[in-house]
Design a binder for this molecule. Structure first.
Ligand code: MG
Length: 490
């Protein structure tokens, strides 16, 4: 077995050598770095300093990138909360495991106990596992983190706007069960499986980022003597925005900028804690977001950095998210990865690093460890499927080409301030005919080049047929043959 210290002591030449010891599963690595996965809620591609954030600074995220790798072409599995988290934690397209959109406080489904989460996978290698923040894979006990591989849990069971409070902080009193907020109970804060407090006011929301950070720091302190996996799933910058007094009014971009500054501070506190405990070298930090900005909320939403549209769409602004990884001695310092990757690739990558067995059932992620190691020749992922709604295949990608199929899409015009987000009236802009985009030249998806490249359309059509056969596609009435069911309660 190769220990981590050996890897880092021989420097850059050894970057591929963590694959030295063969494993009976065919995977090869045998080390157990600590893993910290920081997952933002609705942070857009353009919301960090490295990708053009304006009127506020993100010095700690900048430092993380300077000491690690920035991914420029990294996709969330689907541009909405529960689906994205399901994909992240299981390494599957969320529609494969029966999770779509956002679960509600009255939902009767959640993650199936037959699925393997990253936490469960790492438990087989002796990891201590903890989650701080938003779960959103089912709020009934059988779906909560402690039943899916986590030793500890502190946070909200679903989104922070699923509460009976208006955006000005006043109680929502209208009794109309067709209105989203009428149906939401008081927002519970959970520790383990128990409700320990209620989030009832905007002032309560203001405390979340600092509270989560403190819990995360405690987890690091108490886990430092064994390998640990910390999943830090911030509730911010999802509306309603909340920020502590130490950052209120500090950015030049209103409350949204203040919130991102506090997130950046939180990342810095975690980096400091690792340094203090001598864990910096042996810890892989992954920072990314569940989906792009929720543009409905105008100045309370983030920026997709010039990409098209945002959350709740399969356009690049919804699916392409910021991503930074740092692992000193393995990830080359200050590097940039322009290759295609997705958060569904994290699970198989962690399996490759630790030597853990992959789940027995089919997953969709691929091992991107060679990308982390700075290998420029290997291309682990050539294709990506853009599913939305329950099971609509809205687009497919092969390398830098993206073929968009006719579908009803939430349009930017209907996401402007004044609309109260879902489940209010979302405008749907229809894509009438297939469109083709060359994302290498046109990441903003402004120029439909379908007439210029008929051969590409054919090639991408084959990719789409493969997806439909396997995962199905409601837009073409194809059930698919390899979908699994979510968990459910009566
Ligand atoms: Mg989100």
């Amino acid at each position: 077995m190769l220990d981590f210290k050996t890897v880092i002591s021989v420097g850059a030449a050894s970057l591929v050598s963590i694959q030295a010891a063969p494993h009976k599963s065919g995977k090869t690595a045998q080390i157990t770095p600590n893993i910290i996965l920081i997952y933002m809620d609705d942070m857009g591609y353009g919301d960090i300093g490295r990708t053009g954030a304006a009127d506020y600074l993100t010095p700690n995220l900048d430092l993380l990138a300077e000491e690690g790798m920035q991914f420029t072409w990294f996709y969330c599995p689907q541009a909405v909360s529960s689906a994205s988290r399901a994909g992240l934690l299981t390494g599957c397209y969320p529609n494969r495991i029966g999770i779509s959109g956002a679960l509600f406080p009255w939902s009767t489904t959640g993650i199936n106990s037959e699925e393997t989460t990253i936490a469960e996978l790492l438990k087989t290698k002796g990891y201590r596992t903890g989650i701080t923040g938003k779960w959103h894979l089912g709020h009934q006990e059988k779906f909560l983190p402690l039943r899916h591989g986590f030793d500890e849990y502190y946070g909200l069971p679903y989104s922070n706007d699923m509460w009976p409070i208006n955006f000005d902080g006043t109680p929502f009193t209208e009794v109309d069960m067709s209105i989203f907020r009428s149906r939401c109970p008081v927002l519970p804060l959970l520790e383990g499986n128990e409700k320990i407090a209620e989030i009832r006011t905007l002032a309560d929301q203001d405390k979340l980022t600092t509270d989560y950070t403190q819990k995360a720091l405690n987890f690091i302190e108490t886990s430092k003597d064994q390998p640990f996996f910390l999943y830090m799933a911030h509730s911010m910058p999802h509306v309603p925005l909340g920020v502590s007094d130490k950052f209120r009014g500090k950015s030049g971009q209103g409350l949204y900028g203040d919130v991102i500054m506090e997130i950046d501070w939180s990342v810095g506190e975690i980096m400091k804690s690792l340094e203090k405990n001598g864990l910096t070298e042996n810890t892989l930090i992954i920072f990314t977001s569940d989906n792009g900005p929720w543009l409905n909320y105008g100045n309370n939403a983030g920026s997709a950095g010039g990409l098209r549209e945002g959350k709740s769409t399969s356009w690049e602004g919804g699916q392409r998210v910021p991503c930074i990884m740092r692992w000193p001695g393995v990830i080359p310092k200050g590097s940039v990865c322009n290759k295609l990757a997705s958060s569904i690739d994290i699970l198989p990558t962690l399996a490759a690093i630790t030597g853990a067995d992959l789940p027995a059932h089919k997953i969709d992620g691929v091992n991107i460890l060679p990308l982390l190691q700075g290998n420029k020749d290997i291309v682990p992922r050539h294709e990506f499927y853009y599913y939305y709604q329950e099971n609509d295949l809205e687009a497919v990608q092969q390398d830098h080409w993206k073929l968009v199929f006719p579908h009803s899409s939430q349009s930017y015009e209907n996401q402007l301030p004044g609309n109260d987000g879902w489940p209010g009236p979302l405008g749907r802009k229809t894509v009438e005919n297939p469109e083709l985009y060359d994302l290498r030249r046109d990441p903003g998806e402004r120029y439909n080049v379908i007439k210029l490249y008929p051969d590409k359309v054919k090639e991408l059509g084959i990719v789409a047929e493969k997806a439909r056969k396997d995962l199905g596609d409601n837009l073409t009435n194809n059930p698919g043959s390899n979908r699994r069911k979510p968990g459910s309660v009566k």
